[in-house]
Structures are given as structure tokens and as C-alpha cells.
Design a protein around this ligand. Structure first.
Ligand SMILES: Nc1ncnc2c1ncn2[C@@H]1O[C@H](COP(=O)(O)OP(=O)(O)OP(=O)(O)O)[C@@H](O)[C@H]1O
Ligand SMILES: [Mg+2]
Length: 504
């Protein structure tokens, strides 16, 4: 069924139609600075398409709850246990009811967690409930940030994982992502890259404009036009919208946003006794309980351990003269750190323990070995672990191919870098393609199905090409490196690199 909904008017004076069925297959990214009219646009899209398709809105500001009255969306407050959220999301898919997940009032970490758990549960619905749903995420950069922020690694992983599932793997399960962001440069690249339809609004910052131009395949000069767009005007491009960039002015909406732009209002006449008015306490005031901001959450153990492992300043006048510790050369320090990483990885359970836990283990070991200087950050640690896990040998590690492989690895999220590099090193060295079991272990799972999904994902990203030789053995080619693995048995055992190199 072909349903075109009316988004407003084009610069040519015609009606701007959005093909809903095509949108379900090809997703939409909306970007524009604050106040450019993204939320208004999403509201227009939701209102117009409400009769045609089930909708789920991830709403950080609680702006869209007003859809409930007119269109019957169920409002779900985000402050719930994971089990409750999973239960609700599952029933939302079973009963095909439109909903708004309102995350208003939660702190950012809770917002990420709740959205992540909810979206993942929608994604994991049983196959019989894979009906189409428009999943609209406003302020998507919050849920799929391009770099780690102050939130815990766990929350970031859940939320980013859910957004990646939605945008990269949701289509077959009926989930169609529609995401809006103020700052394209702050949105994880792999999430943005999966949308084929774009509505680009007013954009000031060069870095966002360049990302937008990149996504739309425009040159920079043409992208300059995003600077001059008025509020409510967007450049549309994509199979569900228009085959060439087309300026669209978004039409009116029927429901109102709870928050609107501040309007200037004249100040009231100042009363004579203004000082009295402000400084005289109201009689109730003194009996009212004082509300204080909640205490900041306890600092994560990582921070405390990192601080502990930092060298303390020498006391100014040491009473007891200890023998000075011999200075450690940077190479020496590096070698010890690498040795510690290898020790951690040598434990058979290491692959299945979360990185944050391994990081704590690492910090403690650094302290025991009295490694001077600041300990690695968690993200530097991750990177080193990814390289160590890949099993690359010293010779390959020094090669140019490896330097390019490391650059390519930056195009996937941190949690996928280890697996990616593990396959890349096999290609760089001409070793057989790792088996599903080996890929699964590098990703910290026992599931071979997941391993195959990962390969599919890398392939979708244009990083690899998977093919087979005449006997059906798997080969993974890296077009950017000009290398490919030797043929390997996908169902082969999980053996280490050293054994494989020896078997060659
Ligand atoms: N096409 C439009 N027609 C009429 N009013 C509009 C239009 N687009 C936006 N507005 C109004 O402009 C104001 C800002 O729009 P909106 O809240 O959608 O911006 P936004 O891009 O979502 O900003 P933020 O990133 O800060 O959330 C709102 O009051 C909205 O009603
Ligand atoms: Mg908004």
C-alpha cells in the first residue's frame, strides 16, 4: 500500500509528500540547530502518519505526551525497573499500540538506560510480532553519542547498542528509525549512516555542515545553503522524499508541544516597595521543609582507583630519606603496561568479563608494580585491549597495513574494534579466516549467530567483503587494505593465533 503523507509545501509550491512505506524501509535522519523546528517536524510526521502506522516515540523532554489526547498514544514514564520496561515494550509490540516513552525528569544516565532497555526489548520481540513501527527518537545524539561522556560505560553501551540495533538491524524486524539531532557531529557515525532519507534544517557549525554534506553526497559549497534556512524549512533528500535536494517548509500541527520558544514580554511595573517585597519572608516560608539538590552520585570505583594509582606528590620535607626509585624510561613503562595487559588477557575468562571490570584489575596491577605516571584512561585501555586481543604479531604491528587497519577500526564503535582488528590481522598476515567461534569469543559472547551478524554488519558498513572459495571456506577481504584472509572453516574450533600460525 502506498501512502504519501503531507509534510508541508515545497519551494516549488507543491505539496511535500513523504512515502510512509518507503520510509519504513529506508529510515530518516533530521538535523538542525536548536530552534530550527525538528521537534515540530517530527510532530507533523507523527500526526499525519498516526492513522497509518504504529508509532513509538523516545521523548527526552516529555514534549510528545500531548499526542495521547488526540491520537491515543499510551504515555509510559521512563522511571521504571528494567523488567517493567521490557514487559511493557513486549506488550506494545504484541498489541500494536502507539506509545510515548517520556524520559522527562530522569538524569541523562537513567534516560540512556531506560531508552536502551526499552528499544532493545522492542527489537527482541518474537518474530510473530514484527509488525511495522515508526520509532522516533528526538535528541538522538544523547542516546547514540559519537564519543563517551560522563555517563557510565554500561549505560552508554546499552543505549548505543540499542540505537545501532534500531538503525542498522531494525528493518527486518519492522522497526523503522526516525531520528533527530541538533548536532550531527555528536551523533555516532554508524547510527547516522544508516538513514537514507534526510531532512536538513538550519545548521551553523562548519563541522555539522560538513557531516551533513558528506551524508547527502553534496559538496561543501552547496551545503552552505543549510546556514540560511529559516525555522521550519528543511532540505529534503532520499527515496521516501525526493530524488534531488528539495526545500520543504513544514506545515502546521494539530497538537501543541508542551515547551515552546520563549517570547519577550514587557516587565511588570516595579512596585514602590520592591526591597520589602523581596526580602520580607512569607510566614509559611520558615516552616516549609528545605529542599536541597540530591547529593552527587558516588564516584565510580574506576575513578577512585585511577586516582589512587596516580603518583602522589613528594612531601616537601621528607623526614625519612627513602632510596630514590630509579626513573623509569617511557619504553620500559610501556613494556610493563603491555606485559600487564597480556597477563590479564591470559586468563581464560578474560574474553567474557566486561572491559570496565578488566580495567579495574589492570589499575590494581599497575599499583602493585608501581608503574609511575597517570594510568591509561578507560578508552585508551579499551583500545590497547582491542589490539592485544586481535593477536597481532610484532612484525605485522609495525607494518603500514596495520596502521591503516587501526584507522579503519575507528569507523566502528569501541566494543566492535577488538573483533574487527582480530579479522584484520588475519588478513594482514594471510592467515585463514577466523571461525565463528573465534569471532564470538573476541566479541565476548558464545553465540556463533552473533558472530555471523557482526560480519554482516561490517559488510554493510563497506569495511569488508565476505566470500568463499570453491570448497565453501570463508574468505574476508578488506578492500581498503588490499588484503584478504586465507580461506577458513566458519564452523572450525576456537583456537589461538599462535596455534593457527603454527598449523600453517
Ligand atoms: N514549520 C513551523 N511552523 C510554525 N512554527 C514552527 C515551525 N517549526 C518550528 N516552529 C516553532 O519554532 C519553535 C522551535 O521549534 P522546535 O521546538 O521544533 O525546534 P527544535 O529544532 O526541536 O529545537 P531543539 O533542538 O532545541 O529541541 C517552536 O515553538 C515551534 O512551534
Ligand atoms: Mg526539539
Amino acid at each position: 500500500m502506498k501512502v504519501g503523507i503531507d509534510m508541508g509545501t515545497t519551494s516549488e509550491g507543491t505539496s511535500a509528500s513523504l512515502d510512509i512505506e518507503e520510509l519504513l524501509a529506508t529510515r530518516l535522519l533530521v538535523q538542525g540547530n536548536s530552534g530550527s523546528g525538528k521537534s515540530h517536524l517530527l510532530r507533523r510526521l507523527l500526526e499525519q502518519s498516526a492513522p497509518w502506522v504504529q508509532q513509538c516515540i523516545i521523548d527526552p523532554e516529555g514534549d510528545f505526551v500531548t499526542l495521547a489526547d488526540k491520537f491515543g498514544h499510551v504515555v509510559i514514564e521512563g522511571e521504571r525497573t528494567d523488567a517493567e520496561l521490557v514487559g511493557i515494550a513486549t506488550r506494545i509490540r504484541q498489541h500494536r499500540v502507539s506509545c510515548v516513552l517520556s524520559l522527562e525528569g530522569l538524569d541523562i544516565e537513567q534516560q540512556m538506560r531506560s531508552a536502551g532497555v526499552f528499544l532493545n526489548a522492542m527489537f527482541d520481540a518474537d518474530r510473530e510480532y514484527w509488525y511495522p513501527v515508526l520509532v522516533v527518537v528526538d535528541e538522538a545524539q544523547m542516546f547514540a553519542p559519537s564519543v563517551g561522556g560522563d555517563v557510565s560505560e554500561e549505560a552508554r553501551k546499552i543505549s548505543l547498542g540499542a540505537m545501532t540495533n534500531l538503525m542498522c538491524r531494525g528493518r527486518k524486524r519492522g522497526l523503522a528509525g526516525v531520528i533527530a539531532t541538533q548536532r550531527l557531529a555528536k551523533l555516532a557515525k554508524n547510527v547516522a549512516a544508516e538513514a537514507s532519507n534526510f531532512l536538513m534544517g538550519r545548521t551553523f557549525l562548519d563541522i555539522d555542515m560538513l557531516r551533513a554534506a558528506d551524508l547527502l553526497g553534496m559538496d561543501r559549497r552547496t551545503a552552505e545553503m543549510f546556514r540560511d534556512l529559516k525555522r521550519g524549512s528543511f532540505v529534503a533528500l532520499g527515496p521516501a522524499l525526493s530524488r534531488r535536494p528539495l526545500k520543504v517548509t513544514i506545515g502546521a500541527v494539530e497538537t501543541s508541544a508542551r515547551s515552546t520558544s520563549p517570547k519577550l514580554m514587557p516587565l511588570p511595573e516595579a512596585p514602590q516597595d520592591v526591597e520589602d517585597l523581596i526580602l520580607t519572608p512569607d510566614p509559611d516560608e520558615l516552616s516549609r521543609p528545605i529542599i536541597r539538590r540530591p547529593a552527587p552520585p558516588p564516584r565510580p570505583a574506576n575513578d577512585i582507583l585511577a586516582e589512587l594509582s596516580r603518583p602522589r606528590p613528594e612531601p616537601a620535607a621528607a623526614v625519612e630519606v627513602k632510596p630514590a626509585q630509579p626513573e623509569m624510561l617511557p619504553e620500559e613503562r610501556e613494556a610493563i603496561v603491555d606485559g600487564l595487559l597480556a597477563e590479564i588477557l591470559a586468563s581464560p575468562e578474560a574474553a567474557f568479563r566486561p572491559d570496565a571490570e578488566l580495567f579495574q584489575d589492570f589499575l590494581v596491577r599497575c599499583r602493585i608494580r608501581r608503574v609511575p605516571g597517570a594510568a591509561l584512561s578507560l578508552s585508551a585501555f579499551r583500545r590497547k585491549m582491542a589490539i592485544a586481543r586481535s593477536g597481532v604479531d610484532a612484525e605485522t604491528a609495525a607494518s603500514e597495513t596495520w596502521a591503516s587497519a587501526l584507522q579503519l577500526a575507528d569507523r566502528v564503535t569501541e566494543d566492535l574494534q577488538g573483533v574487527f582488528l582480530m579479522i584484520a590481522q588475519a588478513a594482514a598476515r594471510g592467515l585463514p579466516c577466523p571461525s565463528d567461534a573465534m569471532i564470538a569469543r573476541a566479541y565476548g559472547t558464545h553465540s556463533a549467530r552473533r558472530a555471523r551478524r557482526l560480519l554482516g554488519y561490517f559488510e554493510e558498513q563497506g569495511l569488508i567483503v565476505v566470500h568463499a572459495d570453491f570448497s565453501g571456506k570463508r574468505i574476508v577481504a578488506f578492500p581498503d587494505l588490499g588484503r584478504e584472509t586465507a580461506p577458513g572453516d566458519a564452523n572450525g574450533p576456537d583456537i589461538g593465533n599462535a596455534e593457527r600460525a603454527a598449523a600453517e
